[in-house]
Design a protein around this ligand. Structure first.
Ligand code: ATP
Ligand code: MG
Length: 563
């Protein structure tokens, strides 16, 4: 295959990064005629936004250079893996907008080949069966400052190693009794090269793909380069913690007769403030019930972000914006939120919803009168049409839009003051009705008939508030989410990360009232509730019990704009 014309395939300027430069050089020099990447999750949890960075990188490169990207499950550790995670991962990658044309692979697809390659290493004198226990192996390994010591089993003959490895495979030895190790260099300054374990024995586990066929399981560092090579991967992209493992990756590739020589390239992980991204910690949050499941909208999991109302487009753009480098970093949550807001501002229709309802009776408006108020679905896009609200004598406004004792600069409703009801009339607060405890329970207002949907000459009312008609308001539950953790780096300073959980990360409002047009909203539908933020219908929502999740708040920008 001849090298494709790189110029025509180059991505948009500004999107480039050091990995793209390497790929372009490889294409230009003819080292590779095509590019092939893979995304290799371990199915031991749900994907999170950090994985999205890797997905967007790997699938994005394949798209931009007309190559291919495989989805490969790195399933060599059956204890913590299961088929639920496999399915959830596939659904999440698809949701992000990527397809892999049936190229779903499992490292376990290669168990037989991996075994045969191990036999090959033994034959070359490059691997041996070691009887040291895990603890002894650690002690023999040495430290960063001290070299390791050779295992007493290091010089077994090829025949003895072949025999013992076959008997390990046949299940003759219990867990931990023996391992297969690469025979590299116990004095290497790189600890990963000090005769790393290639295989361990695990009895009594049922692997989600291979059942109980194997009692030998290969280690990640051995499995990964071979899986890459067998799939024809050209560029094997992973996060920085594997940098020190690259010499081992290359050692495996160099000492076996493999169909291709992939190159490992590392980039820095995405870390986000006010959340955690380690699967171990996410698993703990879910299994101990600190959140309601892997798709809890407070989690950085893709399932959680989806339920929260984040869009695949916003996540992809965010991943492009943070870029790919080798620098360790922690990205501010606001960068993610701003990207989501930008996307939703353009895409979501506007609706009126009152989260903390306060009844307003417009006393000079006839009880039997109804007027239709048309409100545009999108302020920047007339083509998206309008919907009608049925204006009448009684409406609901938000408690926060009335102040009996207003702070300075308050532009909304006050006793004796005026405010505009969005798209309808200017009303004046005539009387405040309180209950026995002195809490405001109702406002009695008047309206100015000359102000319907416009300001007459010389009349300017500063405040504009949202409302819903009492006659047709629909009850709804609204869930307001905040950061899951109260500090930017949970668990920093050696504390328990659970101590940093934000106790107010979820506030559930049950008595909200929304406009009639929302009655038929279906799970996944998203809207901007004017002045409140972006909301999405929760999967548990039913027509008789609507539930909206707040995706992200809104800066209150239109209160001083035209009606
Ligand atoms: P663990 O938290 O258990 O170490 P992991 O997050 O590395 O697991 P994997 O399933 O091994 O999870 O990850 C699959 C791929 O996603 C790997 O190539 C990994 O480098 C990449 N990845 C994982 N987390 C991030 C992150 N925060 N930023 C960028 N890439 C990531
Ligand atoms: Mg990993």
């Amino acid at each position: 295959m001849s090298a494709p014309q790189t110029a025509a395939l180059s991505p948009a300027p500004g999107k480039t990064n050091f990995i793209r430069l390497i790929i372009e050089q490889d294409l230009a020099s003819g080292k590779h005629g095509r590019i092939h990447t893979r995304f290799p999750p371990e199915p031991n949890g749900y994907l999170h936004i950090g994985h999205a960075k890797s997905i967007v990188l790997n699938f994005g490169l394949a798209e931009d250079y007309q190559g291919q990207c495989n989805l490969r499950f790195d399933d060599t550790n059956p204890h913590k893996e299961n088929i639920e995670f496999v399915q959830a991962i596939e659904a999440d990658v698809r949701w992000l907008g990527y397809r892999w044309g049936g190229r779903t692979y499992f490292a376990s697809d290669y168990f037989q080949q991996l075994h045969d390659y191990a036999v090959d290493l033994i034959r070359q004198g490059l691997a041996y069966v070691c009887d040291l226990s895990a603890e002894e192996t650690r002690a023999y390994r040495g430290t960063l400052t001290e070299p390791g010591r050779d295992s007493p089993y290091r010089n077994r003959t090829v025949e003895e190693n072949l025999d013992l490895f076959a008997r390990m495979r046949a299940g003759e030895f219990p867990d931990g009794a023996r391992t297969l190790r690469a025979r590299i260099d116990m004095a290497s300054p790189n600890i990963n090269l000090r005769d790393p374990v290639l295989y361990r024995i695990k009895h009594g586990v049922t692997h989600h793909q291979t059942g109980s066929e194997w009692c030998l399981y290969p280690m990640y560092d051995y499995t990964h380069p071979i899986s890459d090579a067998l799939e024809g991967i050209t560029h094997s992209l992973c996060t920085l913690e594997f940098e020190d493992h690259r010499p081992l990756y290359d050692w495996v590739i160099d000492h076996l007769d493999l169909p291709c020589k992939p190159r490992q390239i590392e980039f820095s992980r995405l870390n986000l403030e006010y959340t955690v991204m380690s699967k171990r910690l996410l698993t703990q949050l879910v299994s101990e019930g600190h959140v309601e499941g892997w798709d809890d909208p407070r989690l950085p999991t893709l399932a959680g972000l989806r339920r929260r109302g984040y869009t695949p487009a916003a996540i992809r753009v965010f991943c492009d914006r943070i870029g790919i480098t080798k620098a360790e970093n922690r990205v501010e949550m606001s960068l993610l939120e701003n990207t989501v807001r930008e996307d939703l501002d353009a895409s979501q229709e506007r609706r009126l919803a009152v989260l903390h309802p306060l009844k307003v009776v417009i006393e000079d408006y006839p009880a039997d009168q109804r007027e239709t108020i048309e409100l545009a679905n999108h302020p920047k896009d007339e083509d998206r049409g309008a919907r009608a609200l049925d204006f009448g004598r009684e409406v609901w406004i938000d408690r926060a839009d009335f102040a009996a004792d207003p702070p300075k600069g308050y532009k909304r409703l006050v006793p004796g003051g005026e405010v505009r009801l969005r798209g309808a009339y200017v009303i004046r607060c005539e009387r405040v009705i309180k209950d026995a405890e002195g809490d405001v329970i109702e406002l009695r207002c008047s309206h100015d008939p000359a102000t319907l949907g416009r300001n007459p000459e010389g009349r300017k009312v500063k405040g504009v508030i949202h409302w819903v008609p009492a006659a047709s308001a629909v009850r709804a539950e609204v869930r307001l989410y905040d950061r899951l953790f109260a500090v930017p780096t949970p668990g920093a300073g050696g504390g328990n990360f659970l101590d940093d959980l934000n106790p107010d990360s979820l506030r559930t409002l049950t008595g909200c009232l929304v406009e009639l047009a929302l009655r038929g909203a279906r799970p996944g539908d998203g809207f901007q509730f004017e002045r409140e933020g972006y909301f999405v219908v929760d999967p548990e929502s039913r027509p008789e019990h609507l539930i909206f999740n707040r995706t992200v708040g809104l800066r209150d920008t239109w209160a001083s704009q035209s009606p």
